[in-house]
Design a protein around this ligand. Structure first.
Ligand code: RFL
Length: 393
């Protein structure tokens, strides 16, 4: 069979590209190794930048989000035993939106497959990419029902299959991958407990970083820095809550509301960037091209930024419009990617400096933190990066 575009991966990036192509009347096939149910329930991100919300809205993809998402305007740093609120909306007039990734993915699947009539195959196996340097590339896969091996010819492949997909495996030798290891691990937790504050909390404590991210009225995400190599079993319920209470404690704030832990995963905290993001007819988007550890809640935002540019660029190219968008795709994306990498590295320094065991690093970290609360210029620069609105992008 043949489609103008094969999209590999039905995450936020792949589904957004698919939706944009369908709206432009371009035929495309989305291939996904997991089931629909699985991708619609996989918990991950929650914070969406306002500019990304607007980007979704412009493409008719923000219906559920605008109805149900919460808007945030303040985050809070906790250090030295006190809570220090940081009001970024006051500084920039921008907000952060909280909408859990599974809800967004469900909206995007429904819109693509059920409303816009897009083709999607779930549960496919052994996806391989072929002839990427020719103008007739192809993707092959094993059909889950028949067990048959199928080959789909296309004009373009959108590689949106995340950090461990077939696209990264198919990268040619000329691809350069730069990697940065944060030197720490995080225990990523989802608790069946209402948020303990209406805002995001960042706890900088000598025992390690701790984070609190509201998700829904019933569910809260927490993070705990832990030694690399730790196993989730090293962190039983009581230990998790006692560390969270200690690391997020502030004299002027109530203790956390505890609850059953629904998810407990150890994240090896590292970042990477693949350059360029285009190889022949393969266009990478999202985590397939770049990873940022969930330090600054940027991964899905970057994935959607790529997807807007890629979807618009492919749609223009395949409907006889301006090819400039597609030609400049890699360069434009990478500018924002490197800005977010730098911000995430900088913020990681703040999160992990106090607990580094190095009194010099702890001292400079506290200086950085105090600057955010004493220098309006430093505060504004932070707010711009946190919201993704800095002019450099
Ligand atoms: P995804 O979401 O990984 O989707 C890729 C899809 O491809 C499928 N796949 C394949 N399909 C076909 N063939 C193959 N060979 C395949 N291999 C894999 C996968 O099953 C999947 O469905 O990539 P995408 O679309 O690039 O989106 C990236 C985001 O999901 C990711 O960056 C964010 O989740 C990162 N992230 C956060 N980002 C934010 O912007 N804000 C946040 O608050 C935030 N919190 C987080 C996060 C990531 C986390 N984890 C799990 C690392 C919190 C956590 C805990």
């Amino acid at each position: 069979s043949r489609f103008p575009v094969v999209v590999v991966g039905a995450g936020p990036a792949g589904l957004t590209v698919g939706n944009i192509l369908r709206a432009a009347g371009v035929g495309c096939l989305v291939l996904e190794t997991e089931s629909r149910r699985f991708v619609e329930q996989r918990p991950r991100a929650g914070f969406i930048e306002e500019r990304v919300v607007r980007g979704l809205e412009q493409r008719g993809l923000a219906g559920g989000l605008l109805e149900r998402a919460e808007r945030h305007s303040v985050c809070e740093f906790r250090f030295d035993g006190h809570g220090h609120p940081f009001d970024y909306t006051e500084l920039t007039a921008g907000h952060h939106w909280v909408y859990p990734q599974p809800l967004l993915v469900s909206d995007l699947v429904r819109e693509y497959a059920d409303v816009r009539g897009g083709e999607i195959r779930f549960g496919v196996r052994d996806v391989r990419l072929h002839d990427l340097d020719s103008d007739r590339p192809a993707v092959s896969y094993t059909d889950p029902d028949s067990g048959e091996r199928l080959l789909v010819r296309c004009d373009f492949v959108a590689g949106c299959d995340g950090a461990r997909g077939a696209s990264r495996a198919a990268l040619p030798d000329r691809a350069r991958t730069s990697r940065y290891d944060l030197g720490v691990a995080w225990l990523a937790l989802l608790a069946e407990a209402p948020p303990s504050s209406d805002r995001v909390l960042f706890g900088m404590h000598p025992s390690g970083f701790a984070g609190h991210m509201p998700r829904t009225p019933e569910v809260t995400r927490y993070y705990l820095q832990c030694p690399p190599g730790d196993h989730p079993d090293d962190w039983p319920h009581e230990r998790v809550w006692s560390e969270l209470q200690q690391r997020l404690r502030a004299a002027d704030r109530p203790p956390l509301t505890e609850g059953r832990l629904l998810e407990k995963r150890v994240l090896d905290m590292h970042n990477y960037v693949v350059e360029p993001m285009v190889f022949g007819r393969l266009f990478l988007a999202g985590d397939a091209a770049h990873l940022v550890a969930p330090i600054a809640a940027k991964g899905m935002n970057l994935a959607l930024h790529d997807a807007f540019l890629l979807g618009d660029g492919l749609a223009a190219r395949l409907t006889g419009g301006d090819p400039a968008g597609l030609d400049g795709y890699s360069r434009t994306c990478l500018r924002r990617v490197w800005e977010y990498q730098e911000f995430s590295q900088w913020l990681s320094g703040i999160y992990h400096g106090v607990s580094s065991g190095d009194p010099y690093r702890a001292g400079t970290t506290l200086a950085r933190l105090r600057r955010l609360f004493t220098s309006p210029l430093a505060a504004a620069a932070f707010a711009e990066q946190y919201l993704g609105t800095a002019a450099a992008y």
